[in-house]
Design a protein around this ligand. Structure first.
Ligand SMILES: N[C@@H](CCC(=O)N[C@@H](CS)C(=O)NCC(=O)O)C(=O)O
Length: 346
């Protein structure tokens, strides 16, 4: 009896396959979910100057926020169809894995473990960084190697925490981690002398210092103890969504390389004879098709959000509180000796 019903089930299943011409997707794609919702859920961190700041009237801005806005512009032709989700570093990957966030754009380092064991995919790098230490000038040290036995404020769930342990062990420094989940508490503890040093990505240290009541009393030490390639993250096994996020960043980088900015884009769109420019801005060809977006997706990003260099200068550059000069750095364009490089728009 049992055998028969199983066979019947099998036959029914085969029959249903025979009458189902289209392959059925196991689950809705992130693009469909986002389009149907009409809002992109973009995860940022606890407010940190430069990367993701929150104004008194509830507006987010910053270098990583511009990735969220670029993705929104690419999908909706509107950079502000976004629900920002601000969670601590410690729970950021859980909020991605359980489907709460569509994308994570928040100073997150691409590592092998994170890329392969958390159900996530790293898309690309939008800021190359490395970890350092910051101390109060009063401490009188000029090198991390002088921090033997020092207490060091550090955020949990970060590569920072792991690198600190590695560095201390490698150099027999016996550093004493003082671990926090909330970056505000880490920062206020450091400012009030609760730790000898604070450690983070060097851009993160600039961001912490920007929050200090008196910035002049702190120094970032010269050592860079790790590689921290930072970039947006998506859930794995959604290749089209991965492509949308990745190519949204590339559109900003490639625009800079081609000399297209938010202010000159309309003029260039109307007059350029460069085929790559025409393809990228949706004047010619159908590069948008595979992404499932409108032909103007990249035009909208550049027009509404700007190119990579514009955003760098606005949030990270020498004229900002972050004061991380770009010329000749790893975050400059490859054509000027840096690592920012977009694959071709063809
Ligand atoms: N890049 C590291 C560290 C990330 C990190 O600590 N970011 C700093 C940037 S200022 C921070 O304090 N973020 C606030 C937060 O994570 O809530 C990682 O991916 O683990």
């Amino acid at each position: 009896m049992k055998k028969v019903s199983l066979l019947a089930l099998g036959a029914g299943f085969l029959a249903s396959l025979a009458f189902t011409p289209e392959p059925v997707l196991a689950q809705e794609s992130t693009l469909e979910i986002v389009k149907n919702r009409g809002i992109l859920r973009c995860q940022v961190g606890t407010p940190a100057p430069g990367f993701y700041s929150l104004s008194d009237d509830g507006k987010w801005s910053g270098f990583d926020v511009e990735n969220c806005r670029a993705i929104s512009a690419a999908i909706f032709g509107d950079p502000d169809k976004i629900e920002y989700q601000s969670v601590t570093s410690a729970v950021r990957f859980t909020a991605m894995a359980n489907g709460e966030s569509d994308v994570l754009s928040r100073t997150t380092t691409w590592t092998l473990f994170r890329d392969t064991q958390l159900g996530l995919d790293f898309t690309t790098v939008n800021f190359y960084d490395g970890q350092g230490f910051m101390v109060s000038n009063d401490l009188g040290v000029s090198s991390a190697m002088e921090l033997a036995g020092a207490t060091v404020c550090v955020l949990t769930g970060t590569t920072t925490e792991l690198n600190l342990t590695d560095y201390s062990r490698t150099n027999s420094l016996d550093m004493q981690p003082v671990v926090f989940e909330d970056s505000n508490v880490r920062d206020s503890t450091f400012f009030s002398g609760g730790c000898d040093a604070v450690t983070n990505d060097k851009s993160g240290l600039a961001s912490i210092r920007a929050k200090a009541p008196d910035q002049s009393i702190f120094t970032i030490l010269p050592e860079t103890i790790s590689k921290e390639p930072l970039g947006p993250v998506v859930r794995q096994n959604d290749s089209q969504w991965n492509d949308i996020v990745m190519w949204s960043v590339f559109a900003m980088v490639n625009a800079e390389e081609l000399g297209i900015s938010s202010s000159n884009i309309d003029e260039i769109k109307a007059s350029s004879t460069n085929p790559e420019v025409k393809r990228m801005l949706g004047v010619e060809g159908d590069l948008n098709k595979g992404l499932g977006l409108e032909p103007e997706w990249a035009y909208n990003i550049i027009k509404m959000v700007g190119n990579y260099g514009e955003n760098y200068e606005e949030y990270m550059g020498a004229k900002t509180v972050m004061n991380i000069p770009r010329p000749g750095s790893v975050n400059d364009l490859w054509t000027r000796g840096g690592l920012m490089y977009s694959p071709p728009f063809r």
